[in-house]
Every structure is written in structure tokens, then in C-alpha cells.
Design a protein around this ligand. Structure first.
Ligand code: ADP
Ligand code: MG
Length: 686
């Protein structure tokens, strides 16, 4: 199997080159062939040097008098020389590319493509790309450009791939749903394109192959999950009904549906693997509490994992208020928890029914006697290993049921691909009376007048009806800053730190209590500030993004996000979700420091409160890797496919289903199984 061989097998790759390649993740021949060009240079129809006009040009000539020097300013290396053809000579300059010195053989002809422009009073060819004549297909004139990996530059990759040409004949087909040799041809034309059309065809196939693998991986994960055993938890209608009677509100239809989905999953002897997806404020915690209650009624333990101490404490407060009166032992375990060993022995003995915690839950010495359900809030904040660690804490060789929750709505295309192995419940209905947040973009210049007036108004409004803060005089305000404090001016003048902002606001609103909160504070200090804010003792809370997740203060009705342009759309939407949780009108001001027209991101946010719509927009604007940052860091680095290509996704989806219908396919297409191993890591939990 040539593709499985070590890269050192390749012609021209010795131990030294292999070491560099491996450092950049290219271990096998397969990885090498799938290291596709970043782009292509078109060397078609070179111009004679005598006829050069300023702008983008292609020339064909020899190069001499190459030398490198360091520019005095900015620590730049400058490599210069002369390119000649029969009609004349032209100066060439490269910046920070001193390897060019060794690249060219004197007297030999090369192609060059770059900008011909005036530099320091003289027309030169600036930082052109180059190719050997023999590298370029004369009909199309195209030459691939590879991303440099350390000492290996684009032309090294071209040299190596050229030496590997004979290997292409050995590339086996991988997918049953395409014509024979499609893969071989696609890879070949990706590296040795004869025309733009061939490149497109190659990319179309490779994108399809990638999606096929991704979707297949997800489906196989699901199958594997179905092979695991879990504790079957019987559904107890009566008890759940009694419990719901105790609540001060009725569940939304979406909450009922989600809870029902979960109860049905947990009744099965295979582990649930469900994602509960709901915009901020849609009531996920309530659904989690119901699931936990059900598992505890059946005599088991439950763990809830939250990404921050504040959030864990808040879940603890909400959930113990619900469950403690029913005789359920609820405990909080965070880094700040005192008497940890005692608590851990109570968890181990089974005295604690429900433990809510942060990463502190994941340590090896946290053992359970009978963990049957794991709930992970804001699941994208945890890595695969962390999630797996919790899953492994279930004793007796059983896997726990798993409920993950996220407020980041997952676009449909991602659901079908990356998260295809999860069952999904969606809370697409807000509790009654939930307010959309009025969002406005404002510039720094407008700040004082417009914004301060609005703030003054909010601060003197009657506290919200849902406020649990007994001490509030008026409604409350969040002011979000990018940075904690100024570091010797390193932050640049436009970013006002939380510290400086708190000072300014304190003097602008002398009657009010202004305090400041940030991620570097000790958890106990953070919690203390947050509790005082929730109690209504603080009027304006200046904070970094630590308030982003989950925190619930219904009396806070206005939020200012400073340097709004520096955040991603999903994060802005999450932040904004901290307000609009009561029954009063809510406001969000996106403060931009620049005079430029506001970005598309901010304008979309101004227009819409719909997390799903915003997630789709975000996917288009940024690509999937960034949205699900922690989860797929590096893992979901799609080479070619675009997750917004819904047509191609639908086709791959259909073909995968067909593929799986024939069990023999798994044996027949071994190569495919090798390829998908890396994707299986992304969402698997076992
Ligand atoms: P999420 O975690 O989805 O952002 P929460 O679970 O924190 O939302 O719920 C937000 C607020 O709405 C909480 O104060 C909660 O008590 C309240 N809530 C939850 N479900 C309902 C409901 N069905 N009707 C009214 N209020 C609800
Ligand atoms: Mg929440």
C-alpha cells in the first residue's frame, strides 16, 4: 500500500527532509500527496523584458548577480539580482527570501511572475514567484504554489512532487461512488494542472471525498456508540409531573420536546449522545435539571460540567434550589472548593447524587460510585480528551448517558457532517416574555452624549419584575472591555482597559456603584463580585468577557460592548445574551473605536437576535474552524471542502448512506477506513 508508506520512501526525501515534513504533519506518502497547492501561478504568454509595462507581469529569462543584504530598517533581508532575456534586463528584488540565492542555476532559463513597479526610484520586479521551465505545462502555463514548511519552500515541494510522478499510477480508488481512477486523476491534476478547468475538476472531487470521509466518520462513531452499554433509566411520568408542578413557570413546548427526547434516550441500554442546542436564555438549564432528576430517581449519580467557576456556581444555585427540597444531595466542585478530599469521598461513596463542577471534576481522584449521566454545558469549550475523561468515570464497564449543551447554534451543514453522530434537540422557542435585545452600533465619538444619557435612564428605571436582586435601586448595566489593564501602552491607544473604563464611569456616574471584574481575579473574588451584582448591590459592572457564558441577572438590561469589532459574531451574540433576561426592554450598544464603516458582522448583529441566522452568517464569513475553536482546533482543518456547500454535502450524505447499506464495503474499502480515523476523533466520546 504505497500511500501508507513513510515519506522517506519518496525519491529525494532523505532523513533531513523527512524530519521537516513530519514536523508539519506530513508523515506518510498519503499526507504528502494530499498536501495540495495553496494556489497556482499562471506563466502563460511571457512578455519580453523590452515590452514590460507596470503591473502584474510574466517573464522568461536567466538570472544573475544575485546577492543578499540586510536592510537597515525593520530587520529585513533584501535579495536582489538581474533577470535577462534577449530583449533586455530588469532588476528583481525579494524581501525575506534569502533562500532565493541558492535556487537558480546560472545560465538556465526560468519563469518569473510578479509585480513590475517603481521602487526607490527604479522599476523592478518585486518578489516574483518563479518556476523551472520544465515544471510548467506549456499548454496551460500553470504552476502550483505550495505553502512553505520551514526550510522547505514551494519550489522544493514542486521538485519533490515531480520526482514522485511515477507513484501516482499506484494510487488506488477510495470511493465506490465515483468513476475508476477519479482519485488518481484528481490528485495528479491538482499537482500538475494542464488547465484551470482541470484544477476545478480535481478540487470538486477532492472536496467531495473529504465530505464523504467526514460524514462517514460521524456515522461510524454513531454505530460504535450504539455498541456500548449504558444504564437504562426508566421514565417516571408521575414524579416528573409532580416536579413540574413545583415550578413557578410552565415549560416551553421546545423544552418539553427536548426533555421527552432525553427521557426516551435514557430508557435505552445504549448511551445517549445528545446535543441540546438553544440560544442564550432558551432554558437549557431547566432541561438539564429534569434529565438529572430522572437519573437520580433511578438511584444513579449525575455530573454536570461547566467551563467556568462562575457558571458552575450559578448552575449549582439554580439546580440545588430545584432539587435540594426533594432530598437530593447536590454539591459544587471547583478549584476553589474547600475540603475537597471529603467531598470526593462522598462522591465516591455515592452520598452525593449530583455534582456540578469545572475542570476540577476531571482529575483522576474524582471517582463515582454510580455515574449514569454526564451533562456538559458549553461543550465546545472542552476538548475531546476532557469530555472523554468524564465519560470514563462510569464504573462497571458501562458508559454514561451524555447530554451536551451549547448556546452556539450549529448550522445545519455542520450538524450533518461533523456532528452527524449526535442526536440533536433544539430549543427554538423562548420562554414567554423574553425580550429581543435592541442593538445599536455607535462610535466612540458619540459615546458620552447618547450613551450616557441612555445609561442614566436605565439606572433610574424601576427594577425588573423578575429581578432577584433585592438591593437594586434601578436597572443594571454591563460594560464589556477587551482588556483588563493598560500594559505600558502596549495595547494601543484605542483600547480602553476595564480598569480605566471603570474609573471613567465612576466619575461620570458618581451616584452609582461601579465595579470591575476580570478573568485574572481569584475565583472566590470573581464569585463575590458576581453575587453582589446579582443581588443588585452593583449598578454598573465593568468586565472582561468572563461574563460571557450563562450568567443570569434579569435586572441587567443594558450592555455596552467596547471594541465590538474585535470579537467574533458568535461571541458577541453570547455576550449580548446576558441582557434581555427579564421582562423589561433590553439594550445592547456595540461601541466601535474606528471611524470606518461598521463591519458586516456588527451590522448583522444589529439587525438580528436570531442565533441560528447569525451562526449561518458567521459560517459564511469565517469558516467552521473558528466558530468551534476549542473543539476542532486543528482537527477540522478542511483542505478543500466548504461547509457552506450544501449541495455537495447533500450528495456526500446520500452516498455515505448507500455505502453503509452494504456491510462488505467496509472491508472492500480499507483505504477509506484509514483516512477517516482522524475525523472520528472529533466528536467521539468513547
Ligand atoms: P440558557 O442556559 O439556555 O441560556 P437558562 O436555563 O439559564 O437559559 O434560562 C434562562 C432563564 O429563564 C432562567 O432564569 C430560567 O429560570 C428561566 N426559564 C427557564 N425556562 C423557563 C420557562 N419555561 N418559562 C419561564 N422562564 C424560564
Ligand atoms: Mg445556560
Amino acid at each position: 500500500m504505497i500511500l501508507e508508506e513513510d515519506v522517506e520512501k519518496l525519491k529525494g526525501v532523505g532523513p533531513k527532509t523527512a524530519a521537516v515534513l513530519k514536523k508539519y504533519g506530513i508523515h506518510k506518502v498519503r499526507d504528502f500527496l494530499y498536501n495540495l497547492p495553496r494556489n497556482y501561478e499562471n506563466y502563460v504568454a511571457p512578455t519580453s523584458i523590452a515590452d514590460l509595462r507596470p503591473g502584474k507581469v510574466v517573464i522568461k529569462g536567466t538570472i544573475d548577480s544575485l546577492s543578499s543584504r540586510r536592510a537597515r530598517r525593520r530587520n529585513l533581508s533584501v535579495t536582489e539580482g538581474t533577470i535577462r532575456d534577449k530583449t533586455g534586463a530588469v532588476k528583481v528584488v525579494w524581501f525575506n527570501q534569502s533562500y532565493r540565492l541558492k535556487q537558480f542555476t546560472p545560465g538556465k532559463e526560468y519563469y518569473f511572475a510578479g509585480d513590475y513597479e517603481l521602487k526607490n526610484g527604479r522599476f523592478s520586479l518585486i518578489s516574483p514567484s518563479s518556476a523551472e521551465i520544465s515544471d510548467v505545462d506549456p499548454s496551460g502555463g500553470l504552476s502550483p504554489i505550495y505553502v512553505a514548511h520551514g526550510a522547505l519552500k514551494s519550489n522544493d515541494f514542486r521538485r519533490l512532487i515531480r520526482a514522485s510522478k511515477p507513484i501516482f499510477a499506484e494510487i488506488p480508488d477510495m470511493l465506490p461512488s465515483v468513476k475508476p481512477e477519479t482519485r488518481r486523476k484528481a490528485l495528479f491534476y491538482a499537482h500538475f494542472p494542464s488547465s484551470g478547468k482541470m484544477i476545478q475538476k480535481a478540487r470538486d472531487y477532492l472536496a467531495y471525498e473529504e465530505l464523504f470521509e467526514l460524514i462517514l466518520a460521524a456515522k461510524l462513531n454513531r454505530r460504535e456508540n450504539e455498541k456500548l452499554k449504558a444504564m437504562a433509566i426508566p421514565f417516571t411520568l408521575e414524579k416528573i409531573r409532580d416536579f413540574l408542578q413545583l415550578l413557578p413557570f410552565k415549560l416551553t413546548g421546545a423544552q418539553k420536546k427536548a426533555a421527552w427526547d432525553i427521557f426516551q434516550d435514557m430508557e435505552k441500554p445504549t448511551p445517549m449522545n445528545r446535543l441540546l442546542q438553544g440560544d442564550v436564555g432558551s432554558g437549557k438549564t431547566m432541561v438539564a435539571a429534569l434529565a438529572a432528576y430522572e437519573a437520580i430517581l433511578a438511584g444513579h449519580q449525575v455530573a454536570i460540567l461547566a467551563p467556568t467557576a462562575i457558571l458552575a456556581s450559578q448552575h449549582f444555585a439554580t439546580i440545588s434550589q430545584l432539587l435540594a427540597p426533594l432530598g437530593i444531595e447536590v454539591a459544587l466542585l471547583t478549584g476553589a472548593t474547600k475540603k475537597k478530599p471529603e467531598l470526593k469521598s462522598q462522591i465516591k461513596s455515592g452520598k452525593i447524587n449530583l455534582v456540578i463542577g469545572t475542570h476540577a471534576l476531571l482529575t483522576d481522584d474524582t471517582e463515582f460510585s454510580d455515574l449514569a449521566l454526564v451533562i456538559i454545558d458549553e461543550q465546545h469549550r472542552f476538548g475531546v480528551e476532557q469530555r472523554q475523561k468524564l465519560a470514563l468515570k462510569s464504573p462497571k464497564g458501562l458508559a454514561p448517558h451524555l447530554l451536551t449543551m451549547t448556546a452556539t447554534p450549529i448550522p445545519r451543514s455542520l450538524q450533518l457532517t461533523v456532528f452527524g453522530d449526535l442526536d440533536v434537540s433544539i430549543l427554538n422557542e423562548m420562554p414567554v416574555g423574553r425580550q429581543p435585545v435592541n442593538t445599536t452600533i455607535i462610535t466612540e465619538v458619540e459615546t458620552k452624549e447618547k450613551l450616557y444619557r441612555k445609561m442614566q435612564e436605565i439606572l433610574t428605571l424601576k427594577p425588573d419584575a423578575k429581578s432577584h436582586g433585592k438591593k437594586a435601586h434601578g436597572q443594571q448595566i454591563y460594560w464589556i472591555c477587551k482588556a483588563i489593564e493598560d500594559k505600558n501602552g502596549n495595547l494601543g491607544s484605542e483600547i480602553t482597559s476595564a480598569k480605566a473604563r471603570a474609573k471613567k464611569l465612576a466619575s461620570a456616574f458618581p451616584q452609582q456603584t461601579v465595579e470591575f471584574l476580570h478573568g485574572k481575579m481569584k475565583p472566590a473574588e470573581k464569585d463575590a463580585v458576581m453575587e453582589r451584582f446579582a443581588a443588585g448591590e452593583i449598578d454598573i459592572l465593568v468586565s472582561t468577557t468572563v461574563v460571557e457564558v450563562g450568567v443570569d441577572v434579569p435586572n441587567a438590561t443594558l450592555m455596552v460592548i467596547e471594541n465590538a469589532e474585535s470579537y467574533g459574531l458568535a461571541q458577541l451574540h453570547q455576550l449580548r445574551g446576558r441582557v434581555g433576561r427579564g421582562s423589561s426592554a433590553a439594550y445592547c450598544y456595540l461601541l466601535t473605536s474606528s471611524d470606518l464603516a461598521p463591519s458586516r458582522r456588527l451590522r448583522e448583529l444589529e439587525k438580528s437576535n436570531d442565533g441560528f441566522h447569525l451562526a449561518e452568517v458567521d459560517l459564511k464569513l469565517r469558516g467552521p474552524g473558528e466558530i468551534y475553536g476549542a473543539l476542532q482546533h486543528g482537527a477540522l482543518d478542511l483542505r478543500i471542502a466548504s461547509l457552506s456547500d450544501t449541495k455537495l454535502i447533500a450528495k456526500a450524505q446520500k452516498d455515505v448512506i448507500e455505502f453503509l447499506q452494504n456491510p462488505e464495503n467496509m472491508l472492500k474499502y480499507k483505504e477509506l477506513m484509514n483516512g477517516i480515523a482522524k475525523y472520528q476523533q472529533i466528536t467521539t466520546l468513547n
